[in-house]
Design a protein around this ligand. Structure first.
Ligand SMILES: *Cc1c(COP(=O)(O)O)cnc(C)c1O
Length: 453
């Protein structure tokens, strides 16, 4: 085994294809349903919202889908991203485990999100779209789509969850610098937003509400499409460049992960790293344990129900089968804004249901403790969301120590935290708190799930 710390690939090694795990699933994904009729929807039903190229990827069962050259050309700016062996963290934990992390914070917006933003904007541009409306939680997705919009000359309109809009003013400045427009959500600009504000003028918003606002905006104009930064099959597909590169880099390290860890909000960075490894396992090539880490105050996979639900609070989206806390559930405010979503990617949910993924949940303060340990050892301040993956990796590394087992652990450091310093200010001054979610609110939201026979 090499002493190297950093495993780098060349630009030529940027994957030529995205990997579609649907080809390796033991059974096809559950159909997406029309909320009115309960019938399976087809590509045409989605055409008002998405470009056809994205829709065809959404329903594809092909194992590989070629990455268009203009998309790869832009990927070259920061891809392949580095993979590190966390030797100083291993020492700090005094663990026999070998800890590796794939670092997506090297992208222009500091997270994995541009991997799909660039692709989605490209497909919109190809099909003559002028504007894209979207939502954003912590601002990572809005920034990434704003970046992509500036590269392809598209107007970007972002509905940003109110609590993050207030907590993270620099994210908004970042989006506006790329020429995007950013509104706090719920806003008075849409029917969905006005309805929420009428019930609760102080609403801190949620991804579910912001999605309703963006979908409504896109549905109103012919020149406007909607874009989602997570959850959907085509978004997870675009992120698989991460795991494919990591596989090559683990080869350079002459190692293979026994355990792969990622944090899950809607599931895209987690899927991006883990799906190529899960695919190898499903094809019987190589065993691996997969760990998904979610926040204890928005425990979609560990406490939610696997059922058909809406993707948004205003119930404008089709019904998808996923783990959900109920589309009416408002997750408590936390700094990991990107993980505050009531649902989960249907493909991740299906794999959890099949027992291929082990979901876990940790509190915000436990995750920040882990993030600080990581930062002091490795010199990178993780995004609050990424702290959940760090926590999951550290738990596995300490288990190795307890069991005297030397396993290889690979996790996704999906973004840096340099726009999230308020969270670290709170942590450092002892003010970071854990807000429990309201169990009765979840029970109510789950009781309100659409009934599908
Ligand atoms: C958006 C975001 C997440 C959550 O989204 P996923 O689709 O679950 O990856 C996690 N981490 C970072 C850094 C993000 O920007």
């Amino acid at each position: 085994m090499s002493d190297q710390v950093k495993f780098l690939l060349n630009e030529d090694d940027i994957p030529k294809d995205w990997y579609n795990i649907v080809a390796d699933l033991p059974e096809p994904p559950a159909p997406v349903l029309h909320p009115g009729t309960g019938n399976a929807i087809g590509p045409d039903d989605l055409a008002p919202l998405f470009p056809m190229a994205s829709i065809m990827q959404e329903v594809s069962a092909e194992r590989t889908i070629e990455i268009p050259t203009p998309v790869r050309e832009i990927y070259r700016q920061w891809r392949p991203s580095p993979l590190y062996r966390a030797r100083r963290l291993e020492k700090a934990l005094d663990t026999p485990a070998r800890i590796y992390y794939k670092y997506e914070g090297v992208s222009p917006t500091g997270s994995h999100k541009p991997n799909t933003a660039i692709a989605q904007a490209f497909f919109c541009k190809e099909e003559g779209v002028k504007r894209i409306a979207t939502e954003t939680g912590a601002g990572q997705w809005g920034s990434s789509l704003a970046l992509a919009g500036s590269m392809f000359g598209l107007e970007i309109e972002v509905f940003m969850v109110r609590v993050s809009y207030d907590q993270k003013p620099y994210r908004r400045a970042f989006m506006e610098t790329f020429g995007a427009t950013c509104h706090a959500s719920p806003s008075t600009l849409t029917e969905s937003g006005r309805k929420i504000l009428a019930d609760n003028p102080n609403s801190t918003g949620s991804l579910g509400i912001a999605i309703s606002e963006a979908v409504e905006t896109a549905a109103q104009r012919d020149d406007t499409k909607y874009s989602l930064g997570s959850v959907l099959n085509h978004v997870l597909l675009h992120q698989t460049v991460v795991g494919q590169e990591a596989m090559r880099q683990m080869e350079l390290a002459a190692d293979y992960p026994d355990i792969v860890v990622g944090c899950t909000g809607g599931g895209s960075n987690f899927a991006g790293l883990s799906f190529p490894f899960i695919g190898a396992k499903l094809r019987g090539e190589q065993d691996v344990k997969i760990v998904a880490v979610e926040p204890a105050n928005c425990p979609t996979l560990t406490k939610g129900k696997y059922a058909y639900d809406f993707g948004d609070t205003g119930n404008l989206t089709p019904l998808v089968k996923m783990h959900t806390l109920g589309s009416a559930f408002l997750p408590p405010a936390s700094h990991a804004g990107g993980l505050r979503y009531h649902g989960m990617a249907p493909l991740v949910s299906q794999l959890v249901n099949l027992g291929e993924i082990n979901p876990t949940a940790y509190s915000q303060t436990d995750c920040f403790d882990a993030g600080i340990t990581f930062a002091r050892a490795e010199g990178i301040v993780p995004a609050p969301e990424a702290n959940h993956a760090v926590k999951g990796a550290i738990v596995e590394a300490l288990r190795c120590k307890e069991e005297g087992a030397s396993r290889a652990i690979l996790f996704n450091l999906c973004g840096h935290g340099y726009f999230d310093m308020q969270a670290y200010t709170d942590y450092n001054s002892g003010k970071l708190e854990d807000y429990a979610y309201d169990e009765s609110e979840v029970a109510m939201a789950l009781a309100g799930l659409p009934s599908i026979s």
